[in-house]
Write a protein that binds this ligand. Structure first.
Ligand code: FAD
Length: 498
């Protein structure tokens, strides 16, 4: 990124999180492919690039180096956009899959950790035997889940909550012991409010096509097994990936490689349309004109900027709800623990009454996160389920985390360090009707302006990159006065878009 601060650009990208930085990279690439000059600037209100992608290196005396994630720690590998971008910017060799051994994730049921049954893909089983014999469910719960095989499909195409869908197909125990802890732990969300169509549209499509979710999942698994049999030497890919030096390697490399003017500590304060594009008022005192704008900020910030320009788009975006979450990373020597923790972590259903929603064993999930002989863990608190916990002060959140982890790990030693990250009003919620909200917002958007980011068309980092890429394609076409080619390949969206 360059230091230039000019007053005329072709494209202004607002927000220097992963969506905005991806948009800047692809704007540069599409303009180069069109063999046309295109001046791009990226405006970032804070003093740091990367937005929620935040990695700290903690050097602890006598222990060594820990790689501590403050926001996301991994990306769904099935979605191709992180891998594609990483390879384009020369970061392909730094991609790191989750550890092959000890992949299990546990759910806390009746005061003990129970592994998720093998073959479970988010909320649906692809293997019947492990599911039907799992102690995660009561016999009654398993029999109810089995009814999915004979229940009719829903014909109504309207949205419904994830809880309604899972409850309808697999029964209430699958909601309480599977969907609820998974959504609270992964998305800081609650299944009763989360939109099925905006987050897991594949599951509805499976029901439409195969009627039974279990049948659909089993068929998918058989197809995957056939593909693997055709390529016997190939190792099954990891479900999640990160980077050897942590997730912040991605924005760091983008900032090095993007040839655009980048301005930190520079907030977009107001915007107004002109005959040829946009006039932007920035917090550094500049007034900038440009032909196209990509708003790569969260929906609440976008709504504030859009209100004077399009009340319709602003009103729609204001309906997107945000919740707050916190996480605490801590390290212990293995020698101080009853035994080394197993698996990637534990999810706590709300019925467990725990003060933490989930814990990730970061040093088990990815190699190189902690020095040998040390365990790095991260607890998750607050979210949609426990908003009052987020209101506690920092020492209390740390104390909750330490106490819960000491019980789980069997130690009375204090951790070597604690690292707390708070994310106030930072977790967008894709509530039922989210797709309608977005359709309204898009319909109200003025010419020459695009939205990209975690509040809109997919919460996960892969979808943020895809949205940045799509917005860049449109913005470059407008700035150069050429029609935008729709990249059909980017419509691929394996299981879920959240
Ligand atoms: C705790 C946590 C854990 C997560 N875990 C995962 C995970 O494991 N895997 C995964 O895929 N996803 C995960 N996510 C989601 C993912 O991190 C986010 O959806 C994604 O990083 C959002 O990127 P973004 O660029 O759209 O927005 P942001 O990262 O929010 O960036 C927006 C940027 O815009 C700036 N900005 C705002 N207003 C203005 C303005 N007026 N002018 C200029 N700049 C402005 C902000 O300062 C910010 O830097 C997690 C999120 C959180 C909070």
């Amino acid at each position: 990124m360059n230091d230039g601060r000019h007053t005329e650009y072709d494209i202004c990208i607002v927000g220097g999180g992963v969506s905005g930085l991806a948009a800047a990279w692809y704007a540069q690439r599409f303009a180069a492919e069109a063999e046309a000059p295109c001046r791009v600037c990226v405006l970032e209100a804070s003093g740091r690039w990367g937005g929620k992608l935040l990695t700290d290196e903690i050097e602890a005396d006598g222990a060594g180096r820990f790689i501590v994630e403050g926001g996301p720690d991994s990306f769904l590998a099935q979605k191709p956009w992180v891998g594609e971008l990483a390879r384009e910017i020369g970061l392909g060799d730094a991609l790191l899959g989750t550890n092959d051994t000890g992949r299990s994730v546990f759910i806390w049921v009746k005061d003990r950790p129970v592994p998720l049954p093998q073959g479970l893909l988010l909320i649906a089983p692809s293997r019947l035997l492990p599911f039907m014999s799992s102690p995660l469910f009561s016999i009654r719960g398993r029999l109810r889940a089995g009814l999915d095989l004979i229940l009719p499909r829903r014909t109504d195409e309207s949205d419904e909550s994830v809880a309604d869908f899972v409850g309808r197909r697999m029964g209430p125990e699958a909601v309480d012991r599977l969907a609820e802890p998974l959504l609270a732990g992964i998305y800081s969300a609650e299944p009763e409010q989360m939109s099925l169509l905006a987050t897991f549209p594949r599951f509805r499509a499976m029901e439409q096509k195969h009627r039974s979710l279990i049948r659909a999942m089993v068929r998918t698994r058989i197809e995957i097994a056939k593909r693997r049999a055709a390529n016997p030497g190939r190792k099954p890919p990891a479900t999640f990936v990160s980077f050897t030096e942590g997730v912040a390697a991605l924005p760091r490399r983008l900032v090095e490689r993007v040839d655009a003017d980048g301005a930190l500590h520079t907030r977009l304060d107001a915007m107004a349309p002109t005959e040829t594009g946009w006039r932007l008022r920035l917090s550094d005192g500049r007034t900038v004109t440009c032909k196209a704008v990509v708003l790569a900020v969260m929906a609440d910030a976008a709504a504030g900027l859009l209100r004077p320009v399009s009340t319709k788009a602003a009103a729609a975006l204001e309906r997107i709800r945000f919740v707050s979450s916190a996480n605490v990373s801590m390290a212990w020597p293995v020698s101080a623990l009853r035994e080394p923790p197993e698996g990637f972590g534990i999810l706590f259903p709300r019925t467990a009454g725990s003060r933490i929603n989930a814990v990730t064993y970061s040093s088990n999930k990815f190699r190189g996160r902690a020095p040998d002989g040390w365990v790095l863990v991260r607890t998750f608190l607050g979210g949609s389920r426990n908003p009052e916990v987020f209101e506690e002060d920092d020492p209390t959140l740390e104390r909750f985390s330490i106490e819960e982890m000491q019980k789980l790990l069997g130690t009375d030693q204090p951790p070597l360090f604690t690292k707390l990250n708070r994310w106030a009003h930072s977790n967008p919620q894709y509530d039922v009707g989210h797709l309608d909200v977005m359709a309204e917002a898009q319909a109200g958007l003025p010419e020459g302006l695009w939205l990209a980011g975690g509040s809109y068309g997919g919460i996960g980092v892969p979808d943020c990159i895809r949205q940045g890429k799509e917005a860049a394609q449109q913005a470059v076409a407008r700035a150069l006065g050429r029609p935008a080619a729709v990249d059909a390949a980017d419509r691929r969206s394996p299981v879920g878009s959240a």
